[in-house]
Design a protein around this ligand. Sequence first.
Ligand SMILES: N[C@@H](CCC(=O)N[C@@H](CS)C(=O)NCC(=O)O)C(=O)O
Length: 290
Amino acid sequence: MSSDYTPPKVWVWDQPSGGRFANINRPIAGATHEKALPVGRHPLQLYSLATPNGQKVTVMLEELLAAGHSGAEYDAWLIRIGDGDQFGSGFVAVNPNSKIPALMDRSGPQPVRVFESGAILLYLAEKFGAFLPTGPARAECLSWLFWQMGSAPYLGGGFGHFYAYAPSKMEYPINRFAMEVKRQLDVLDRRLAEARFLAGDEYTIADMAVWPWYGGLVKGLLYEAGEFLSVQDYKNVQRWTDEIAVRPAVKRGRMVNRVNGDPASQLHERHDASDFETKTQDKIAAQAAQ
Ligand SMILES: N[C@@H](CCC(=O)N[C@@H](CS)C(=O)NCC(=O)O)C(=O)O
């Protein structure tokens, strides 16, 4: 295996990194422009996009509402990361890490900011006393939640980047990350051979965190890598993915802040439960045509 690159003594930011998303990658944090965030009428204000990390939170909010927690009513505002919305001053004030999803809880006397999807899931689970077991399964739930937070960067930033987004196909990183992602799928498959859900019998925030990434992967929805990774072999992950996919709250949560795919599945912003019936992109186009 040859190398045509010798790192300089000191790395400098002098050229675009190449590949998809090169225009938003920067070696510094902080805001690039002044821009206030909109605030709606509900207690929870979500600033997000329907990537796997974004879906975790919209699925949780829809599950909470479906379970009768009316305090989980939320406004979901669209953050277009390809356009650099995550570097606006208002967004950076909610998430200094400039990544979706970011949540502002305005239900109390002082607004509370929460960033990192795992922290948001845990915050909401504790706030509403839902989807986080209280008995021995709590430790199992948190273990799988944190497993996801540590593992998915190898899937997205590692495998997905080099297999689908890098400017050229390089054998070394693709091999390295394909091996790791298949190992992760096997970890999940073995767990789901012994338990219905990740924490045990109950559907929890651990499933909500893992499903958009690894469920999407085994259905061939991420990076068009289904065949490459032989995803059909992970039978228990397939079974678990199918069971979660049919939940009405999951179907709704996946639509929120979505800007690609079937227009009927795209609800750019969510401000009311009725928006799923009236404000998807197909309906908006039909109204505009009248
Ligand atoms: N560990 C973070 C990861 C969030 C993340 O990577 N978000 C991506 C979209 S999926 C993003 O906002 N990227 C914009 C950027 O990197 O500038 C979480 O789970 O919330």
